[in-house]
Design a protein around this ligand. Structure first.
Ligand SMILES: O=C(O)c1cc(C(=O)O)c2c(n1)C(=O)C(=O)c1cc(C(=O)O)[nH]c1-2
Length: 239
């Protein structure tokens, strides 16, 4: 595949498998989720946010390429903060806007087992794969910018009580496309055989699946049929 063909192939995967089409997101964007269901999303998604800099540190640790490390460390700073407020803190601001206690969220005690497994699968993927596959697993960000723009409109329109917590998404609007462009150029340059290109595509598919699985867990437990697992700590909406 040429670079353009690889990009088109990744686009096809995203159109078929990225979580923008998940029923939980479709209902969120249509304003059909309750406050409790939105709280469950914010609380559970925190676990993903909290693992992102850890997986990026694993990617850094795999690389002997100074240029890659110099570019990639920005991701850790984006999430952890440096002179400014980082993404993890901004997600906690979103949680507080949603009416959740920050320490309760940080504890991650109340997240669903399915979400924990799916997010941990991301850490396993980058730990146990090659650097090329680990970098490629971030390529869902090729599609994240558009989804986040759509989500921001939907949140402002349907869930105005979250309006003080949207700073996280503002930041991602520019960070995601920049990060994705770098990762794609790296993958396209280093996947110089059909086999390596197939590994890039496979890595994106696996990442799409673990994003999708997080929303499946939320959908089954909080939306339909609404049967919460019996774990004592799992978040239970008040309504
Ligand atoms: O809200 C979303 O739908 C969404 C999706 C993704 C993604 O596609 O992986 C990321 C994010 N958000 C995000 O905020 C983020 O920081 C992020 C980092 C990564 C990554 O794989 O390195 N993906 C994503």
């Amino acid at each position: 595949m040429s670079k353009t063909e690889l990009r088109q192939r990744l686009q096809q995967v995203g159109e078929a498998m990225y979580h923008h089409k998940h029923p939980f997101h479709l209902q969120m964007h249509a304003g059909q989720l309750t406050r409790g269901q939105m709280q469950a999303w914010v609380l559970n998604r925190y676990y993903y946010q909290s693992r992102i800099p850890i997986k990026d540190a694993i990617i850094l640790s795999k690389s002997e390429d100074v240029a890659l490390r110099r570019a990639w460390r920005k991701r850790i700073i984006d999430h952890d903060g440096d002179t400014g407020v980082g993404g993890i803190e901004k997600w906690l601001q979103l949680a507080e806007a949603a009416g959740l206690d920050r320490n309760y969220v940080i504890s991650t005690h109340a997240i669903l087992p399915g979400v924990r497994y799916a997010v941990d699968a991301y850490i396993d993927l980058v730990t146990n794969s090659t650097l090329l596959e680990a970098v490629s697993s971030s390529l869902t960000e090729l599609f994240a910018g558009q989804l986040i723009a759509l989500r921001m409109d939907a949140l402002a329109k349907h869930y105005p009580w979250l309006q003080n917590g949207l700073a996280y998404f503002h930041g991602r609007l520019t960070q995601a496309p920049e990060d994705a462009a770098f990762a794609f150029d790296y993958a396209a340059e280093h996947a110089d055989t059909p086999h390596l290109q197939s590994l890039v595509v496979r890595s994106l598919e696996r990442k799409c699946a673990l994003l999708w699985a997080q929303l499946d867990a939320l959908q089954y437990c909080y939306v339909e049929p609404g049967s919460l697992p019996p774990q004592p700590d799992v978040f239970r909406p008040e309504e």
